[in-house]
Every structure is written in C-alpha cells, then in structure tokens.
Design a protein around this ligand. Structure first.
Ligand SMILES: [Zn+2]
Length: 786
C-alpha cells in the first residue's frame, strides 16, 4: 500500500498538465492537411506524383528578331504552333505581353506606392524621371493565322487574347503569326529583368534581352489559363516547346543565347571555332574572345549585320545577350554523361572577378544540383555579366556583380558574384525544368533553389558566407511583425526575400538536418525533382511527395512553416526532481531529516531564536510532544517495513532499490511553431548526453509539455537546441539553470558638434578640387534576388 501511495503522488503531479487544455480554444497544429489541399484526381495523385492522365500544353516557336543598336529597339516576328493536349476545347488563346509593364499607364506603374522622399540619392531621382518618360510597351503590328488572314485579338494590359475562328479541339494544334516591336529599357535606370546598359567611356551598349516576344500563357488543370496580370514580382510560368530563333545584330557583336548555335561558320571566325573545339577538352575556362580582342572590338563601328541562328529543344522560354564588348570563355563539362558547354560572357569591367569565378561557378552548380535532383539535361549553360542584378532563363542567366573600376573588390562582391551565379544557373532546375508557377507561388522556385544554393555554397569552400539557409540567420525575420505566410500569392508577399527565399530555404534545411535526416530528405527531394522534371507541379505535389517518399507525416511542418507566421521559441520553464522512497524507515526518514536541516530558516525564525521561552521558565509545561520527532525511526516503523517487504515479490523488491532520479522538464512553447525538442543534458560528473524528441511531443497541448528523464546520475544542467538547428528566436530561455547572456560594449569619447554660429566663425577650407557632395549613394547591390 505504501509503495502504491508513493507512485500515485508522482503520477498526479504530472498528469493534469496534459489534460488542462482540452476544453479551451482548439488549436490542433497536427491536424491533417487533406482538408486544405486540393482533392487528388487522375491528373495529380494523392501521393504527389503526376496522375495517369496528367497533361500539359506545348508551344513551338520560330522567331526572327532584329536588334537595333542605334535606337535600342527590338523588332520581331514569330510563328507559334500551339498544341492543345488538354481534354478541353479552347475558343481563344492567351499570350503574355510582359513588356507592357513599361507602359506609362500599366498597373505596375499606377499601383506603385510612394517612395520615401525625405532623402533621395541622385540615381533614384534619375530612375524616377526615366521611368516617367520611357516609351515602353510591346507594339503589336500584326496577328495572322496560317493562311495569312488577320485574327481578331484583344490586348488586356499585359495579356493578349486571340479569338480562334474555329474552336481548338483536344488533340489539335493551331499555327499563327505575331509581329511586334518595342523600345528596350535602360536597365541601369529602369530596373527590370532585362534591358540594356550604356558604357559612356567607350560609347557601347550591352543588351540582356528577355520577356521579349509574345509568349503563350500557361493553360493547366489547376488554374485554367494562368493570365494573372504581370505586376512585376510574380514572374511567369510557360509551356515547354522547341525554339528556332534567328537573331540579327550588328556584325561586330557577340551573341550569347538559349540553345545551340546552328551556323557557327557564318558568325564566328575560324580562330573562335578552333578555340571552341579546344574548350571541349579544357581543364579550366578557355578564352574564345580574349580581353585584348574584346577591347579592340569596343573601338569598332559595325559595317553591316549578322544573323545568329539558335535552336533549343524542350525549353519553356528563350533569352539572349548581345554586345561588341563581350569577353567570352568556355569549358565543356561532363554532367553524368551529358556534355555541357559552360560559358561566360562579360565586358572588361567584370574582370578580374569574372574570368576567375563565373564559369567555375556554373560547373560547380551543375555538379551539385544534378546530384540532389537530376542530371542537367541541356547542352549549354551560360552566365552573362550586364546591368541585370540576377535573373534566370533556360540555359542562360544574367548576373550583375562587378569589381571596382580599379579592379579591387570587397568580399561581399566576390561572394555575391559566386552566389548569384550558383543561384541563377540553379534556376535551370527550378523553375525552368521543374516548371512551377512563379506567378502564383514564388517559394516553389526561389525557396527550393535558395536551399540548393546553400548546399552548393557549402561545397565551394569551408565557412562560405551563405546569406540564407542557416536557422540562426532567419530568427529576426521570424519575429518581425509585417509578414505573411509563405503560402501567399507572389504579388502580395511582404518582405519578399525573407518570405520566398530565406524562410522556405531554411525550412527545408531544418527538414533535412533535424526532422528527416539527410538520407530520407535527399531521397524524397530527388523523387520530387524527378517526378516533376519537365512538368508543372503545384504546392500539394511537393508536400505530398516529401511525405510519400519519406514515410513521415509532415503535415504539422507544412502547416507551421508554410501556412502560418508562427516562430520557434521553446523555453525550459523548470526542472522538477522526483526520487523514490525506499520504504525503509532508516533510509527515508534520514533523508527527510537531512532535507529539514537543509531548509532555510525564515528571518523571523532566526530573530525569535534568542527570545526567552516560557517552557524553559516552566519545565512542567513540557510533555511528550516536546521531545517527539516524527522523523525518528521507531521499532514499529521497522516492524511495519519488514511486513511490507515480506508481502513483495522478488521483482518488486528490486524496483524499490533502483535508486533512479526522475527529472521532469517543464517546457513552454512561446513562439507557437511546434518543433522537435533537442536537449543537451549535462550530469554532475561532467558527462553529456543528447536527447532528440520529435515535434509530436506537442500533439496534446501545443503550448505546454513536460518530459521525464530517468537517470541514475544527477543532472547539473539542460540546454535546448545546443546546435542552433531549430531557428529558436530566444536563446536566453533555452538553458536551465539560466545562464548570463554574453555581450561586449565599447567606451567612446563624445565629440561636441559645432552649433551653426560656431560653424560660421570657422574659415571655409575648400580646396579647388572639393565639390559639394551628394548624399551617399549605395552601390548597385547584386540581387541574387531573382
Ligand atoms: Zn531566384
């Protein structure tokens, strides 16, 4: 009986916490996701794979385009063959006219909210004025069918609807032609994902051309036509198809493009062709156009035009770059059996950084990304330096970082360049091949890509200064107020870079390192990549595949990290120690006696002690209870103990002697995000032990949980999240007992500012070369943002 009583007290202390919340507000963070995710169907399965009747449309393009270097204009005509592979009959087709974002009255311009005008750099004012006068927008001059008859069309801001004279039935295709032209934006002033840069020192232009032709909008089983207007943030999703593109440019330009060059004999010199051959076996990037040759080209005046012909299979877009300033290097690399020509194009202003890092970074990216997803399938991978900070297209990307004019550079510029090349080349995988819908979900390409960028950076050099991916780097954002869940449309995101890049990348890193482990995660992530290669996945397909392949219920993780703005902040509230009574009065009573003696005396008790007592004056007042001590062992106690022992079995007697310490660690979830609990337990003898508890510890009560630790040894301290792997935003409540937080401060001498009268007294010390200075203009920051 006595033993039972001991056990019961112990239970009662622990049990109520688990039940306390059952009648308060229901907040089940482990509720299954099925009720939110779309119902699986024959196009998309419940396991996250394409269904047995999965379909997608296809669009092939033949394009003829001329780059007008005198007026910075583009003039093009295209023939599109559109294949209706859907089960639906289409009465009209939608195309994207992204250039219309530059029209004065575009929604993007009209809805742009006011900038901070208190302090404006000259460059910003210059940009504002340029944007207000630029005559941008795509001028459509002709839309005709295959028989050259005009087709009825309607322009709706950045979208173009073509009405079909006869409906396009499932399985049919239709061919039509569009002519257009537009003025190219000065990308140094009007920031965009393409445009030109003018070099005033030598009078030359460098063009990065994208979003340049009317492109078929996506039509799919989830959204129908994806024709959400382009406001600038939500990029695009398009259909795969084959491209044959003829680019006419001044005959002294070098053109870099999506696709494989079809007419090298017509546009390259014999020497350049020979060098390209050598690049196939080169062990380092090999120069096709040398810096000296590029500098000589800068002084050229073109004597005519040249037409470069490129062909690209199974791409969802097409972009190119053109300039007479280009230095060009190349190195062929074997990616799991696929021979890929990695190439970089840059003006002399990009050196010495570009010749050293760009092509190396391309090849590094292909190696790492192919390992984590699928082998790079295209024959070309290009990185171009120009005015665009960072932007990706199939086989080609534009990257901004450059050294100072004197050739020196900061660590930030160097790593900014390597990172942006990795990031933009990496976008070939997500979303150029795994064709997620960027206009709807930025995280599906930027988040996944930033995550793989982080893994690639870790393999570039030790202690690479990665900006995004480490849990401890995201905590400030996770605490911030102005934020929305990751599952928010691209155009409505707040804190774009943190929301769509850093948070999903960090979440995936935590999923890999802490929740699934590298092996399970990598298997599942590769499965997702391969299932959806050259197809169009939706968020549910990612969530479902990661669970399907890992065999781990991650609904709580997607809920917390993708559908809420909760953050991790778990605190150790306290540790309670329970020790088992032995039932032996000689042991137990002695222990209680020690406890009593160790208990502190109150202030009054201490002060009352010396007071004369009445029982001392009148000893007759003393009786049995003045000497009785309940903690003194009596013969009756011992007899009772013997009777108790006699009634126990052998096993019960052993249990009584375990000598275990029962610690109960009380935890509080302050941030709201349910996450695994990782303890580092330090014992009195100095040894340490790690305990990893899955997030399901929070499934009954998401704000309070208690964990029991049984140990023979005594615990000195416990620390939560010792390896900083959960993005816990407040580390001060992670250890028990609490530890002082360490910081440093500096002493400085206050400098007295002169008042205006004192300033007037002082003679001006202007020398002839001193000019009034503008407010500090921040250097154009590379935005591995796109
Ligand atoms: Zn990006």
């Amino acid at each position: 009986m006595r033993y039972l009583a001991v056990a019961l007290t112990f239970m009662l202390l622990v049990a109520p916490a688990a039940r306390a919340q059952s009648k308060t507000e229901l907040s089940d963070k482990f509720r299954q996701l099925e009720e939110i995710l779309p119902t699986p169907n024959e196009y998309r399965t419940a396991s996250g794979a394409p269904g047995h009747r999965y379909w997608q449309q296809r669009a092939d393009y033949t394009i003829d385009v001329e780059l007008d270097d005198v007026n910075q204009r583009l003039i093009g005509k295209e023939t599109i063959t559109y294949y209706n592979q859907s089960p639906d009959t289409l009465n009209y087709l939608w195309l994207q006219l992204d250039q219309n974002i530059f029209e004065q009255k575009s929604d993007a311009n009209l809805t742009r909210t006011a900038p901070e005008l208190e302090r404006v750099p000259f460059t910003t004012l210059d940009s504002m004025l340029a944007a207000a006068t630029f005559e941008g927008g795509q001028k459509i001059t002709s839309v005709r069918d295959a028989r050259n008859n005009p087709l009825k069309y309607t322009i709706v801001k950045t979208m173009l609807r073509i009405d079909l004279p006869t409906p396009l039935a499932p399985g049919q295709n239709v061919q039509f032609a569009v002519d257009w032209n537009y003025n190219i934006n000065d990308a140094r002033k009007i920031r965009a994902r393409s445009g030109y840069e003018f070099f005033s020192q030598d009078g030359n232009y460098l063009y990065e051309i994208a979003h340049w032709f009317p492109r078929m909008a996506a039509y799919n089983d989830v959204s129908g036509w994806q024709h959400k207007q382009f406001l600038g943030s939500g990029e695009f999703t398009l259909e795969f198809g084959n491209y044959r593109v003829r680019i006419t440019a001044p005959n002294d330009h070098i053109v870099a493009s999506t696709g494989v060059l079809q007419n090298p004999n017509e546009v390259l010199t014999a020497q350049q062709r020979a060098r390209l051959e050598q690049a196939k076996t080169a062990r380092e990037p090999f120069l096709i156009v040398t810096p000296a040759e590029a500098e000589a080209n800068e002084k050229n005046k073109p004597t005519g035009k040249k037409t470069w012909v490129f062909h690209a299979d199974n791409v969802r877009d097409f972009a190119f770059a053109s300039s007479r300033k280009f230095i060009w290097d190349a190195q062929q690399h074997n990616v799991e059996g696929n021979r890929v020509m990695a190439m970089s194009y840059y003006p002399k202003e990009g050196n010495p950084l570009w010749e050293r890092y760009s092509t190396h970074a391309i090849i590094h990216t292909l190696n790492v990304y192919s390992r984590y997803s699928f082998a790079y399938p295209y024959p070309i991978a290009i990185s171009v330096n120009g005015p665009v900070g960072g932007m990706e297209y199939p086989m080609i990307c534009f990257n901004g970082p450059r050294p100072e004019p004197d050739g020196t550079y900061t660590a930030g510029t160097k790593y900014g360049l390597i990172s942006v090349v990795i990031h933009e080349v990496g976008h070939n995988y997500f979303p150029m091949i795994v064709n997620s819908d960027e206009r709807q979900w930025t995280w599906m390409d930027e988040g996944l890509n930033t995550f793989l960028q982080y893994l690639s950076e870790a393999e570039w050099e030790d202690n690479y200064p990665s900006r995004r991916g480490e849990p401890q780097n995201i905590t400030e954002y996770m605490m911030s107020q102005a934020q929305v869940p990751i599952m928010t449309n691209s155009e409505s995101l707040l804190q774009f870079g943190n929301n769509a890049y850093a948070k999903p990348a960090t979440a995936l890193n935590i999923l890999r390192e802490t929740i699934l482990g590298r092996e399970l995660f990598d298997f599942s992530f590769r499965e997702y990549s391969r299932r959806w290669k050259f197809k169009r996945p939706m968020p549910a397909d990612f969530f479902r595949t990661m669970e399907d392949a890992s065999g781990v219920d991650l609904d709580w993780f997607w809920r917390g990290w993708f559908y809420t703005t909760d953050h991790t902040d778990i605190a150790i509230e306290g540790i309670r120690l329970f020790t088992l009574d032995t039932a032996n009065p000689d042991v137990d009573k002695a222990a209680r006696l020690r406890d009593r003696e160790a208990a502190p005396q109150t202030l009054s008790e201490q002060r009352n002690k010396p007071l004369p007592k009445r029982v001392d004056q009148f000893p007759s007042l003393r009786d049995f209870y003045n000497t009785y001590d309940a903690l003194v062992v009596t013969p009756q106690d011992r007899e009772e103990y013997q009777r108790f022992l006699a009634a126990l079995t052998e096993r019960e007697r052993e249990l009584l002697q375990t000598g275990m310490n029962f610690y109960v660690v009380d935890l509080k979830n302050i941030g709201g995000l349910v996450m695994p609990v990782i303890f580092e337990i330090e014992y009195m003898d100095g040894t340490k032990e790690e305990m990893r508890i899955p997030a399901e510890i929070w499934r009954y009560d998401t704000s309070d949980a208690s964990k029991m630790i049984m140990a023979k040894k005594e615990i000195r301290s416990i620390m939560l999240d010792p390896h900083l792997e959960t993005a816990d935003t407040d580390l001060t409540n992670n250890s028990f007992p609490r530890r002082p937080t360490k910081s440093r401060f500096q002493l400085f001498k206050e400098q007295r500012q002169l008042n205006p009268m004192q300033q007037l007294e002082r003679k001006p010390v202007l020398t002839p070369t001193t000019r009034p200075t503008a407010p500090p203009v921040p250097p154009p920051t590379p935005t591995p943002g796109n």
